[in-house]
Design a protein around this ligand. Structure first.
Ligand SMILES: [Zn+2]
Length: 360
């Protein structure tokens, strides 16, 4: 069949169709919640993406804003026969109009019966965050350390920030009161296992126990070493959740399934980034993204016959998760239903119940 254009430079091809049919179709449940996806109106960009920025950081090259119409199209192509809803949010990037981005994501998510997280800056007042949470369909927030202050030279100016520097206590008090969902992308080059992160997460859980805390990308534990350092120390907190977005590594998933367990993992994609075609390879604490598009970061290409077999990163991610499930005897419909739908559904239910109870 002819390739179907997806988004940006990505297409859906016969390789993807076959991958879906052979490795994923019989595993994924009929209802799926993608708990981590970015949706934005490209017109809300305030400053242009420059070639210099594209060279700085691979994500700058692949994270083209995706609007709702495109998201609807891509999900229909990627998940045939599935009913898919999202917890969607805008671009956590100060080169975009955050307020307008929140309004766009809120309206589009609400219209579709999806849920939405407001992207928040640490400077915003408790009252303002509270008003964002009042909007229909908004279940929580998405803070990010790059929102502390703008820096076009590097995405990592605030990488070593502490969690409370970009998710401050005055906001956490409101979030706790409102039983809000927080998707937390942890800081630090050492990722989730950094002692400060482990300490801050325990403090956050102790002081704000009603916050629904979802650690994004398994705590950025893309490599086995990072997963082994970070996940077992947090295994004993049954109220701590993790999304699977952009992990792609069977070894990380295996550690998560063994230590955290399937009832605390939520499927998330990190789309539109995961429409990228290729595969990821792991060496100790590093990973390499392989893709067939001539991006700046893609200098060390694999042979054409290997590139011809590439599927979407998202499918690779799902297959990595399934392989981990298989290796642990968890390749069953019940486990898949938990990770892909039921866990997120349970948390969304908690939030909407407290929203209904809130005084007008
Ligand atoms: Zn993301």
């Amino acid at each position: 069949m002819k390739p179907i254009p997806l988004h940006h430079v990505w297409q859906y091809t016969d390789v993807d169709r076959e991958f879906w049919a052979r490795r994923l179709e019989d595993w994924l449940p009929p209802n799926i919640i993608d708990a981590h996806m970015h949706v934005s109106d490209p017109a809300l960009r305030l400053a242009p993406m420059t070639d210099e920025m594209r060279r700085q950081y691979w994500v700058n090259e692949v994270l083209e804003p995706m609007d709702f119409t495109t998201a609807d199209h891509c999900y229909a192509v990627l998940f045939p026969g599935r009913r898919l809803t999202c917890v969607g949010f805008g671009m956590p990037d100060l080169d975009f109009d955050l307020e307008a981005g929140n309004a766009y994501a809120q309206q589009g998510c609400h219209n579709r019966g999806w849920h939405n997280l407001a992207v928040v800056r640490p400077q915003w007042s408790a009252e303002y965050v509270s008003r964002l949470l009042d909007q229909p369909g908004v279940v929580g927030v998405k803070p990010y350390y790059a929102l502390i202050s703008r820096n076009r030279e590097t995405r990592d100016a605030h990488l070593e920030a502490g969690i409370f520097d970009f998710l401050p206590h005055h906001q956490l008090e409101v979030l706790n009161e409102r039983r809000a969902w927080v998707t937390l992308h942890v800081p630090k080059a050492d990722r989730l296992g950094h002692p400060d992160n482990l300490r801050d997460i325990r403090e956050l859980r102790r002081r704000y126990p009603r916050v629904i805390l979802v650690i994004a990308h398994l705590g950025r534990c893309y490599t086995e070493i990072h997963a082994r350092e970070a996940l077992p120390p947090l295994a004993d907190d049954p109220g701590l959740f993790f999304d699977t977005s952009a992990v792609l590594n069977p070894a990380s998933y295996r550690i998560a399934l063994e230590h955290i367990g399937p009832s605390r993992l939520l499927f998330g994609s990190d789309n539109p980034i995961l429409f990228m075609r290729g595969r990821r390879q792991f060496h100790q604490r590093q990973y390499v993204n392989r893709t067939n598009y001539p991006f700046h970061f893609n200098r060390d290409r694999e042979p054409p016959e290997i590139e011809a077999l590439y599927t979407l990163f998202l499918y690779e991610d799902l297959w990595a998760m399934r392989q981990a499930c298989q290796s642990l005897g968890m390749d069953d419909p019940r486990t898949a239903a938990m990770i892909f739908h039921d866990n997120a559904q349970r948390l969304l239910q908690l939030m909407s119940e407290s929203k209904q109870k809130a005084p007008p």
